[in-house]
Design a protein around this ligand. Sequence first.
Ligand code: SAH
Length: 336
Amino acid sequence: MTEKTKPGKVYIIGAGPGDPGLITLKAVECLRLADVVIYDNLVNEELLKYAPIHARIIYAGKKGGDHTLSQDRINKLLAKEARGGSTVARLKGGDPFVFGRGGEEAEVLAAYGIPFEVVPGVTSAIAVPAYAGIPLTHRGLTSTVAFVTGHEDPTKDKSDIDWQALSGIGTLVFLMGVKNVVQITEALIRHGKSPDIPAALIRRGTTAGQQVLAGTLSSIAGLAQTNHFKPPAILVVGPVVNLRDTLRWFDTKPLFGKGVVITRPQRQADDLARLLAAQGAHSIAFPTVSITQPSDWSELDCALSQLENYNWLIFTSANGVHFFFERLCQKARGSK
Ligand code: SAH
C-alpha cells in the first residue's frame, strides 16, 4: 500500500487548559504524526510546535458563539482530510469530551467509518481551580462535585439542568458561565443554596494571565460586573473555595503576571523561557540576534587540521562550541 492510499486517521486530542506543560505525552506523540492539525480557540498555540514542519495547520476558531468554522464545517473538514489519507490531529482545549463537542466529532467519524482515537486531556474544569489553589473535593468539606454548562440561561422556560438537584451537590463547577453568572447564582439561591457559600471566578487559569475573583454566591455576580470580568472563566461554588486562602501557590509566584520579552536567538530562548515560566512569568520570543555560520571557515579549518598540536581548547560561548563541533563532524564525515 502506498502512502497515499493508506486510510487516514483522526486523533481527537485534549490540549490541556492553557499551561503548555499540561499536555499529555500521548498527545505530543500524536501531534508528531500529524499531516494536518485542526485546533480550537482555547488551545495554546505554543503546542503547535510539536507538529511536523510539513503539517498543515488549520485554525477552527470558536470563541463563545462566534465560530470561524461552523461545527458542521469542522466535522466535514475532519472527514475530508482523513479520507484523503491524512493523519489528522484534532486539537481541542482541555479534554475533548468535557463540553468540547469531541463526542459529536467522533460520532461523525464513526458514521463515515473513519478510524479515530481519543486522547483525553487535562480539563480546565479541574486544572483551573487547582491553579487557583482550590481542590474540588476535600475530606470534611465535600464529597460530591458536578460539572455544569453555564451556557444555558437558567431563566429559559425549559432547562436541561436540574437546578434542584444541583443545590444538593457540594462543589459546583460551571464552564462557559460568565455571560449568565447573574442568572446562575440567582437560580442556585432560589433552589436552596445558601447565598453565603463561597464562590470564585477564575479567568485564563493556568496561564500567566490568570485572574481570580473570590466572593460568595450572592456577591460574585456583582464583583464580576464591577471588574468587567470576561470569558473564558470557570465559576466554582462551594466551601472548598475558602481553601484558596491557604493553598494559593500559582498566582503568588514572584514574577506572576509579568510578560518578559526574550531577545536572545530563538534556539537559546527556550531555557530562559522555562526558568521565567517557573517563576510565573509569561515570555514572548522576540529574537533580535540570529547566530549564523561564519562566511569564512579558513581560520577554524586551519586549526582543525592540526588539532593534535594544541594542549587546550578554550571556548568562549555555547555558539562557538556548537559550530566548532558541527564543522569538526562535517570534516570527519568528508574525510571518510
Ligand atoms: N473541553 C474544555 C472545555 C470547553 S468549554 C475543557 O475540558 O477544559 C470552554 C470553557 O472552558 C470556557 O468557557 C471556560 O469556562 C472553560 N475554560 C477553558 N480553558 C480555561 C481557562 N484557561 N481558564 C478558565 N476557563 C477555561
